[in-house]
Ligand binder design. Structure first.
Ligand SMILES: [Zn+2]
Length: 271
């Protein structure tokens, strides 16, 4: 494995290229010594519309290619894909605590947030517009990853993950760092009135700051909503990558911008 280039991308992110794969890390999490990566779509074997590092197994791509892409993803970080734990992401608010990798014959559970305090268990999730949220409790050594689309966001999954860290691992919210990764920006995310109405009843304290009304549509700012929910739960530090997947299709998959015909990029975090 050769580290080909390292340059500063966004202010709080670092960009790496390894074996043709491109990924980003949060500088803060690197400083804490937590292995993690947000992979772009570059460096895999899948043809369009999944080109090329698609790790989603339910988007019509060939499973052999998906397996190869997944293998390359973990190899780029010097990790074994055998030590990964992934789930069937169903836009729920279900938070799962994990102690060991998922065995190949173990059917993925339905959940949209994963937590662990065990070393060498690589939490893994897939994204294409929904918000990846990385969590790290620097006092207790607990990591987490959250998948928050509009449903997870209004069902307060980010906050639920923090509460679960407190309950299961004794975390104090102020010790938790959170990073909101590349995902669809508000300017690319008009939603229907019914979603705005649900948000009004489920996340009333943040709805004002996370919706804009323009041209008769509601524009949902998932970054701000999740940031405010995390801060509301007492999280000490929340960083936002500020990268819109729909604006940058050469790097990211975007369910919205590619009309559902696209792949999924992988996000990994491991102690
Ligand atoms: Zn955009």
């Amino acid at each position: 494995m050769i580290l080909i280039s390292l340059k500063t991308a966004e202010r709080n992110l670092r960009h790496f290229t390894v074996n043709g794969l491109h990924y980003y890390t949060f500088e803060t999490l690197d400083r804490y010594g937590v292995c993690h990566a947000i992979f772009t779509r570059k460096g895999g074997v899948s043809p369009p519309p999944w080109a090329s590092l698609n790790v989603g197994g339910t988007v019509g791509d060939d499973m052999e290619r998906v397996r190869e892409n997944r293998k390359r993803t973990f190899e780029a970080l010097g990790l074994s894909s055998q030590r990964a734990y992934d789930v069937w992401q169903v836009h729920s608010a279900e938070v799962l605590c994990v102690d060991a990798p998922r065995a190949p014959d173990q059917i993925p559970q339905k959940a949209d947030a994963l937590l662990t305090n065990k070393r060498n268990v690589h939490l893994f999730m897939r994204f294409a517009d929904c918000v990846p949220i990385l969590l790290f409790d620097r006092a207790r050594g607990v990591i987490g990853i959250v998948h928050a689309g509009w449903q997870g966001t209004i069902n307060r999954i980010a906050e639920k993950a923090v509460y679960k860290m407190e309950k299961e691992y004794g975390s104090a919210a102020e010790d938790i760092w959170a990073g909101i990764g590349p995902s669809v920006g508000a300017h690319h995310y008009p939603v229907g009135e019914e979603i705005w109405e649900s948000a009004c009843s489920l996340i009333p304290e943040v709805v004002q700051q996370s919706f804009g009304v323009h041209q008769g549509k509601y524009w949902f700012d998932l970054w701000t909503a999740n940031k405010l929910l995390l801060e509301g739960a007492g999280v000490g530090e929340v960083e936002v990558a500020g990268i819109c997947t729909a604006c940058n299709l050469e790097e990211w998959y975007s369910h919205r911008a590619e009309y559902g015909k696209t792949g999924r990029f992988g996000v990994v975090i491991s102690l």
